[in-house]
Design a protein around this ligand. Structure first.
Ligand code: URA
Length: 465
């Protein structure tokens, strides 16, 4: 029996080194016990990372598919004591059955995929629901502290995200297992903490409340989704939840009416299918854009909408709010649909790419255009949304949306403002993206182009019949 002692519960490299050495020495999965901690190794032990060379046998070098490495990186973070053994069992099988990862019916593959998915969701929750509170030191020396209770061992794996996002702040993230400290230059680690170590309410909460109330548009509120999205266990840590009741009150009647209407027309199944799809998209890793983004920004609106509107990708504000078209481009869009007498509550609004792509410049996150690969990777979601909603008309705002819908490069000026049949049913209608209007420097041109945009939207509505 080999006993492998890994130094930390989230140490992928240590697991990989040990697994490599064991597999090369053809050690059967049942002959290995995996443990974490500083328990002394026995005579037959493999000190993770230490004896790889000594263990190498005839089959010392072998490669595994990239998909396995990605899966293993996530699974190692799961709070499941069997994870290391299960991964090693899959690694051993992979050497005999190279295609096994694609076999979704295989119980081991399914179990590991399930663990990876749970880990990805936990990573997303930490990014979306962690809230810093300011601890007053003196005026030039503010520090921010957040308390978070993850379900899995994801804290270290998420550190780079918080360093990038809050690079200029000095902060600490306290969790039961480990604490992270960023002093503006370097990241350090400390022991786990308890909730009592983190401060309660303070002025930074006002910033969050103001921000949250300002992005909150009751006409677009999805109460069910919101409550689902924000698990109860995080509510107590989030200052804006103090506002939720108030904000919901004004929107509840409209919201429930909308859901009722969707149910009446499409039956419960479509709503449930949409919720399941959205849930699935929250853990999407089809392209690397999920890594720096706060969260997946999925489409929203009635599942029986006759008209779907597709934008390019979420912007900075959408990435934080988790909802499409709530920032500056969303305001232009709202003005234009109002001028075209289209009710946003009847539209299904989504984006071609579901994660915010940006470049960090100092404190600012600057929009970066999604590439063809990213658009292609995300097409799957838009196709699922269209299959579910089955809109008569899908309006593409700008070239990225048009490319995603038609699967080819589109010149907007040539193809805007007319019905284009889509191969999988329904029609497309192409127009400009509202941020094109925002970028126009000349006020007169801006006004003209806005009027053309409104005309296009009116045309799309008229084409519905
Ligand atoms: N631009 C888009 O294309 N979509 C949004 O959701 C926001 C800005």
């Amino acid at each position: 029996m080999r006993i492998v002692t890994l130094p930390a519960p989230d140490d992928f490299e240590a697991w990989r080194d040990a697994a490599r050495a064991l597999a090369a020495a053809e050690v059967a999965p049942d002959d290995v016990v995996w443990q974490v901690g500083d328990t002394p190794a026995d005579l037959f032990a493999v000190a993770a990372g230490g004896q790889a060379a000594a263990e190498t046998g005839p089959g010392a070098t072998f490669s595994v598919p990239r998909g396995f490495v990605d899966l293993a990186r996530s699974v190692v973070l799961a709070d499941d004591p069997e994870r290391f053994a299960l991964l090693y069992a899959l690694l051993v099988r992979l050497r005999r059955q190279s295609g096994i990862l694609a076999d979704q019916a295989d119980p081991l593959v399914r179990r590991l995929e399930g663990l990876a998915k749970a880990v990805r969701r936990d990573i997303h929750k930490m990014r979306a629901f962690l809230r810093f509170r300011e601890v007053a030191t003196d005026e030039d020396d503010s520090r921010y502290v957040a308390w978070f209770e993850p379900d899995h061992h994801i804290v270290r794996a998420n550190a780079a995200f918080f360093v990038n996002r809050f690079a200029s702040m000095r902060w600490s993230i306290l969790t039961p297992e480990v604490s992270l400290h960023w002093d503006g230059k370097a990241l350090s680690e400390g022991p786990g903490a308890s909730r009592a170590d983190a401060p309660e309410g303070d002025p930074v909460e006002e910033v969050w409340k103001t921000y949250y109330a300002s992005i909150f548009n009751p006409a677009r509120l999805k109460v069910g989704a919101m409550l689902k999205e924000m698990p109860r266990k995080y509510w107590k840590n989030m200052p804006e939840t103090a506002l939720v009741g108030e904000l919901i009150a004004g929107a509840q009647a409209r919201e429930s009416g909308m859901i009722e209407q969707a149910r009446a027309v499409s039956g419960d199944n479509s709503v449930a299918a949409w919720q399941a799809l959205r849930e699935e998209a929250m853990g999407c890793t089809r392209c690397p854009l999920y890594k720096p983004a706060t969260q997946t920004v999925f489409g929203e609106g009635p599942v029986d909408a006759a008209m779907m509107v597709v934008g390019e990708q979420p912007g900075d504000q959408e990435d934080l709010a988790g909802r499409p078209f709530v920032g500056p481009a969303g305001q232009v869009f709202d003005r234009a649909i109002a001028a075209a007498e289209i009710d946003r509550a009847r539209l299904y609004v989504t984006n071609a790419v579901k994660h915010f792509k940006y470049e960090q410049r100092g404190k600012r996150r600057i929009h970066a255009k999604p590439g063809t690969g990213e658009i292609e990777a995300c097409r799957w979601w838009i196709e699922q949304e269209r299959l579910l909603v089955r809109p008569q008309m899908t309006v593409a705002l700008g070239a990225t949306a048009a490319r995603s819908l038609l699967g080819r490069t589109v010149t907007i000026s040539r193809e805007r403002g007319r019905t284009i049949a889509l191969p999988n049913g329904g029609a497309a209608w192409i127009t400009v993206h509202p941020s094109y209007l925002l970028r126009l420097p000349d006020p007169a041109q801006k006004e003209d182009e806005f009027a053309r945009f409104v005309e296009d939207l009116r045309g799309a509505k008229a084409a519905l019949g």
